[in-house]
Design a protein around this ligand. Structure first.
Ligand code: SF4
Length: 213
């Protein structure tokens, strides 16, 4: 598998925020978002290929039984993930995905954190036909918000794709603590009015997204 990094931290966003978790960040992404906070994981570099056995060994050194598989876009390597997931049956498995790729590993996954990218992230209009293939009972939806203008687009998107509003999380766009805090304040007011859920991005606020162990 093409791995970018494996580290131990806490989940910094979404429904499982605060949960001690092992992060397995895979290389390669099919998108190039403007605000990508892990641009170093977008390209696949062969020298970072690691066997499933080695990954398992690393994972088992950490005390938590909770894994966040992220990227890049981890579903690009979902076939390769299957042997690993079969060996992690007593772990809670979260997948962070942009939602553009049809999942074939749902049976091994406890939670999909789908983060569709809208016009503040990417120029071309993406089609999200594969979103309906994610099991609704296991999926939450996260949107990164820059300004109030994004809210109209998010509301249209959740209507088009029939997403349950109580599973929609709005998160502030930003690459620094200051930017996250500044955008959180107006976003919380929007969540109170529209009944979306607010989620901060602790990993950026605390470690500028660079916490690795
Ligand atoms: S989908 Fe995620 S990893 Fe890929 S470019 Fe966009 S923000 Fe970065």
């Amino acid at each position: 598998m093409q791995v970018c990094e494996i580290f131990y931290s806490i989940q910094g966003e979404g429904q499982e925020i605060g949960q001690p978790a092992i992060f397995l960040r895979l290389q390669g992404c099919n998108l190039r978002c403007k605000f990508c906070d892990t641009a170093y994981s977008q390209e696949i570099k062969k020298k970072f290929e690691i066997s499933t056995d080695k990954i398992l060994k690393k994972i088992k050194k950490f005390p938590a039984k909770h894994i966040v598989i992220t990227g890049g876009e981890p579903l690009l390597q979902q076939k390769e993930l299957i042997p690993l997931l079969k060996n992690l049956k007593n772990y809670f498995i979260e997948i962070e995905t942009n939602g553009t790729i049809k999942p074939i590993i749902s049976q091994y996954v406890n939670k999909f954190n789908c983060s569709p990218k809208l016009s503040n992230a990417i120029k071309n209009n993406l089609t999200y036909d594969n979103l309906k293939s994610f099991p609704k009972e296991k999926t939450i939806y996260k949107f990164v918000v820059n300004t109030e203008k994004n809210i109209k687009e998010i509301k249209k998107f959740i209507k088009t794709h029939d997403l349950p509003k109580n599973k929609v999380f709005l998160m502030p766009q930003g690459k620094t603590t200051e930017e996250i805090i500044q955008r959180s304040k107006f976003l919380i007011e929007i969540c109170k009015k529209e009944l979306f859920r607010f989620a901060p991005r602790l990993h950026i606020m605390l470690w500028n997204n660079q916490k690795k162990i």
